[in-house]
Ligand binder design. Structure first.
Ligand code: MOS
Length: 710
């Protein structure tokens, strides 16, 4: 048949609410996740993790365990296949924890020391728990502090210098009418998505096949190819449905261990992490201490800004929680400094966790800005208006768009900010003290090269294939709408297939850049296909496929400050006798590019805001100094906000299309959390008159701090 597109000029899918295209499969249980996809002859691996925080493995007593029912093998440093250690992978040199079972050293508690493989998952677990591993233990240090003797200046942080400085900071501080000089802390935090990490590896002829739960199958395939010295085309990684990632679902030890076991046993092997293991193996957010100094004239105009951020890394890999980055974007001052310091501890390497850097960085800076407003006697929104920079404070580059003040204007109107009594600690509702707070947020707008293929099928449908990942964001649906508009057809004629590295290289679901990067490639491929079809002709039985790649166009993007922005508002009720803080309502207004699907976008933004609430009031991993372990490493011991903690939360936005992106997309995955915790902390101050500079704002801290007109 003859297929044309655009005959009815069907466009406008982008910007219209659409339920998830795989929603029915998910709610009926038809959608299968990595740990439940059937495989013939499947064996199950169970990781054994170290019980010491530092030392060497002296012996792995495999004998008794190998005699247990169903046990097939015990992999450890004495018998595991060797992997490559010297290469440049997709994200740089390999993470040493991916050198699974290659040596006897233990650099942190719950380091992987063995994999027990058995016929069933239960047999593997039973045997793994019975396995005796002997260690030569060494003293360890897990005590993070900003005055640790091991502090050092890290190398580049994602291409940016660890420190930036302009102007004479001490002179400008001395010349300031008002100074804020305070320290803020945030604790160790864990992402722990609902679906645990799971990977199944098998060999199909000479090809390695991995079914996984990840944020980017290209990334996982490339890393595994490097590790096992395989041609990139000899590795296929699939990840169709993913139950959350938040930065944790990259290449982690379990995928490597599964491949090793499948190689040794010549059959498919599945390794699933337990909730408890996730607290050690998939990354986390470093605790931070941040020292902020702000100096302003009597009108609240910044003369000096100093943001020093301290965080930890492991002894074997450098990761910097880039807390000062947000201050390089949000505020300018005649003297301006940001600095990052690290300390190496006997801990797992921290990793990306939703809004890495911006989440803790904005808590400190946006709290300090609120303190400055208080001391200047200026409304905190007006103070931000007076300090709105014309260009990137550190880069000097123009902003692609910067509509943060429009977010405040719209948010203030919707929230009812104009009636706010600035005095702290004076509003009561029975036992509750009431307060409101606000804060700004931003997150970088990134894009990475990706490839996509779009096929016009002979039956009139269109198939999009791209190695994208939908980690719960709604990316699959967003790409359906984007493709529909680019093809000028209704969305129900478009089928999007994702999560298969055989579809060609594409970037990961991270850095809030997935939908923007993939949408770009899909738009190009679909646009070219539409032009071809416009010439007329018949579609052959195999369809007509057009591939596109965005490497060149993204490489040619002009240097600009590209960011999403937001204004966060919160109202809280605080009982200083019981220590309870209840958030009564939250509103976030965002300038975050073209909103592709308002339904799922709202979910992304509100989800981020809820995480900010959780960060403000609940989340805190406690590290036991004696053992080096997280205390209560499960979702009962690690406290986070549940439904009963979450009030009326609204997310809204202002029109803010990105001028360079073909659809106008910026990215919404992370900006929702940024500033949310500060807005709540600022509201707690407004309620009680007491500043809480240490997160979470726990009941014991509220009781100890007191507040209100006592
Ligand atoms: Mo996100 S922390 O970039 O997966």
């Amino acid at each position: 048949m003859t297929v044309t597109t655009g005959t009815t000029a069907v466009t406008g899918a982008v910007g219209t609410a659409h339920t998830r295209v795989e929603g029915r499969d998910k709610v009926t249980g038809a959608a299968r996740y990595a740990g439940e996809i059937p495989f013939a002859d499947l064996a199950h691996g169970w990781l054994v993790l170290s019980t010491v925080a530092r030392g060497r493995v002296r012996a792995v007593e495999t004998g008794p365990v190998l005699a247990m029912p169903g046990v097939l093998a015990v992999l450890h440093h004495g018998n595991a296949p060797r992997v490559e250690s010297e290469y440049m992978g997709p994200l740089g040199p390999p993470d040493p924890i991916l050198q699974v079972f290659q040596h006897d050293r233990v650099p942190h508690f719950n380091w992987p020391v063995a994999l027990v493989v058995a016929e069933t998952s239960e047999q593997a677990r039973e045997a793994a728990e019975a396995l005796t591993v002997q260690y030569d233990e060494e003293p360890h240090d897990v005590a993070f502090s900003a005055d640790h003797p091991g502090l050092y200046t890290p190398g580049e942080i994602m291409g940016q210098a660890p420190d930036t400085e302009k102007g004479d900071l001490e002179e400008r501080l001395a010349a300031s009418a008002v100074v804020v000089d305070e320290r803020y802390t945030t604790p160790e935090e864990h992402h722990n998505p609902m679906e645990p990490h799971a990977a199944t590896a098998c060999w199909d002829g000479g090809r390695l096949e991995v079914v996984d739960s990840n944020q980017g199958s290209t990334l996982v395939a490339q890393e595994l190819a490097h590790l096992f010295s395989l041609d990139a085309k000899s590795v296929r990684v699939r990840s169709e449905h993913v139950g959350g990632g938040f930065g944790s679902k990259a290449v982690r030890p379990h995928q490597v261990a599964a491949v090793m076991a499948a190689t040794m046993l010549h059959r498919p092997v599945r390794v699933v992490l337990t909730r408890r293991q996730m607290f050690s193996l998939v990354g986390y957010r470093s605790p931070t201490e941040q020292h902020i100094r702000l100096g302003a004239d009597a009108d609240g105009r910044l003369l000096a800004l100093d943001h020093q951020a301290f965080s930890l890394t492991s002894t074997f890999r450098e990761f910097v929680e880039f807390s000062g980055g947000v201050s390089r974007v949000m505020y300018d001052a005649e003297a301006h400094r940001t600095a990052h310091r690290l300390v190496r501890l006997d801990m797992p390497t921290p990793s990306w966790m939703r809004a890495p850097g911006e989440a803790p960085g904005s808590f400190a800076m946006e709290s300090a800005v609120d303190e400055l407003a208080e001391r200047c006697g200026i409304d905190p929104i007006e103070l931000r208006v007076r300090n709105e920079p014309a260009a990137g404070p550190v880069s000097g580059l123009p902003f692609a768009t910067r509509r943060v003040l429009d977010c405040f204007e719209k948010g203030a109107r919707r929230f009812g900010w104009a009636d706010r009594d600035p005095r702290p600690g004076v509003r009561r509702d029975g036992r509750w003290l009431l307060g409101t707070g606000t804060a700004a947020g931003s997150f970088p707008v990134l894009a990475a090269p990706s490839s996509a293929a779009v096929t016009a099928e002979a039956d009139g449908a269109f198939t999009v294939r791209i190695t994208a990942a939908d980690i719960g964001t709604g990316a699959r649906t967003a790409l359906t709408l984007i493709a529909a508009d680019a093809l000028e057809v209704a969305p129900d004629r478009v089928r999007v297939q994702i999560g298969d590295s055989d579809f060609g290289p594409a970037t990961l679901a991270g850095g809030s850049m997935g939908t923007r990067s993939w949408g770009w490639a899909v738009t190009r491929a679909a646009g070219e296909l539409r032009e071809q079809l416009a010439l007329g002709g018949t579609i052959p039985p195999q369809g007509i496929t057009v591939r596109a790649d965005t490497s060149e166009v993204i490489g040619a993007l002009a240097a600009k400050e590209r960011h999403s922005f937001g204004a966060q508002f919160a109202e809280v009720a605080v009982d200083v006798a019981s220590g309870e803080v209840r958030v009564r309502r939250m509103l976030g207004v965002f300038a975050a590019g073209k909103i592709v699907n308002p339904l799922t976008a709202r979910g992304q933004l509100v989800g981020g805001m809820i995480w900010g609430l959780s960060m403000a009031l609940h989340e805190e991993a406690v590290r036991d100094r004696a053992s080096g372990a997280v205390v209560g490493a499960d979702l009962a011991g690690y406290h986070f906000s549940a439904n009963a903690d979450i009030p009326h939360i609204e997310a809204d936005w202002v029109d803010d299309p990105d001028p360079d992106d073909p659809v106008g997309i910026k990215g919404i995955g992370e900006v929702g959390i940024v500033g949310a915790a500060a807005a709540i902390a600022n509201a707690v101050w407004h309620a009680t008159g007491v500043r809480h500079r240490n997160l979470p704002i726990r009941p014991d801290r509220v009781i100890a701090a007191g507040g209100g007109a006592a």
